[in-house]
Design a protein around this ligand. Structure first.
Ligand code: F6P
Length: 327
């Protein structure tokens, strides 16, 4: 490994995701193993603007691999969107002697990374968001844990829905993407799932499916709605209007962002954090780390931001085939 890099700044930005701490730990430990210092930048890009930092040694990241949230705090920085904010951030990098920055987060974080790299600071982005909505990476840290959290909540809801023979409507996060809703819908055996990637028709996508389930002998129904596919309360009202059921609505909300990361998220986070430091020490900057075909690779930031990934619509067919019959 090359030794041009002596000190790295690390930040987490945007919505937090389980596994962010595991990324921070992997970056710090890998860097220290190569005699590179680490500075934790707190509160995302705001921390770079304001010089809000903490020095990080090996023990500062002990026992954080299993912790949800982010020990570095996070924020969505309006100021960093301005030239003035970016210039202040660059000045902080120069003042603290940061040779590079590792930025952990989603789409907004990567846009920030691109801006910073255009100001001459080498930056590596690492994908961590429960939405799994980054085109460059087949997987984003936090998605698996968020799915498991939603599945655990829905399993509990199902108990009471079954007892009362009710219809339950659960709204899950995901911003404009339906990954969480679809994966969780399959894993919980949902009667129907609404996702933004598919034009919504309440009659076809929910009412008719409830009817089929009823004809198969079912007396409770679990409907999973991606937040980007519509308002759960409006949809519940439409179901009531159409077939007279009175769905109970549960918005899982920020619960999905918390909790101890799953083994998949810890392992992916650790490999990605390691790869980020390797990139920097090999003289590469302005890259993002991505999961592709089981491998951890690096891609130019601008190219990564322009990439799209196909939504796994085949999984929707699986869901429909399995949900249509049986009690
Ligand atoms: O991007 C992560 C996410 O949790 C989305 O799923 C959700 O739409 C959004 O962030 C919520 O943001 P906030 O924490 O600002 O309410």
């Amino acid at each position: 490994m090359q030794q041009g890099i002596k000190r790295i700044g690390i930040l987490t930005s945007g919505g937090d995701a389980p596994g962010m701490n595991a990324v921070v730990r992997a970056v710090v430990r890998t860097a220290l193993s190569q005699d590179v210092e680490c500075v934790g930048v707190r509160r995302g890009y705001n921390g770079l603007i304001n010089g809000d930092f903490v020095r990080m040694d090996a023990s500062s990241v002990s026992h954080i691999i299993e912790k949800g949230g982010t020990v570095l705090y996070t924020a969505r920085s309006e100021e960093f969107l301005t030239d003035e904010g970016q210039n202040k951030a660059v000045a902080t990098c120069r003042l603290l002697g940061l040779d590079a920055v590792v930025a952990i987060g989603g789409d907004g974080t990567f846009c920030g990374a691109l801006a910073l790299s255009r100001h001459g600071i080498p930056v590596i982005g690492i994908p961590a968001t429960i939405d799994n909505d980054l085109g460059c990476s087949q997987y984003t840290v936090g998605f698996d844990t968020a799915c498991n959290t939603a599945v655990a909540a829905i399993d509990m809801l199902r108990d009471t829905m079954q007892s009362h023979e009710r219809c339950s409507l659960v709204e899950v996060m995901g911003r404009q993407a339906g990954y969480l809703a679809l994966y969780v819908g399959i894993a919980t055996g949902a009667t129907a799932v609404l996702i933004p990637e598919r034009p919504v028709d309440i009659e076809r996508d929910i009412v008719e499916k409830i009817r089929q389930a009823r004809l198969s002998g079912r007396t409770h129904y679990m409907i999973v709605v991606a937040e980007g596919a519509g308002n759960a309360f409006d949809i519940a009202a439409q179901i009531k209007e159409s077939i007279g059921l009175d769905p109970r609505v549960t918005v899982l909300g920020h619960i999905q962002r918390g909790g101890s990361p799953s083994s998949r998220d810890r392992e992916t986070a650790t490999r990605m954090g390691y790869q980020a430091v390797r990139c920097l020490l090999e003289g590469k900057g302005n890259r993002v780390i991505a999961a592709r075909d089981g491998k951890v690779v690096d891609i130019d930031i601008a190219e990564a931001l322009a990439m799209t990934k196909p939504f796994p619509m085949d999984r929707y067919e699986v869901l429909e085939a399995v949900a249509a019959h049986g009690k």
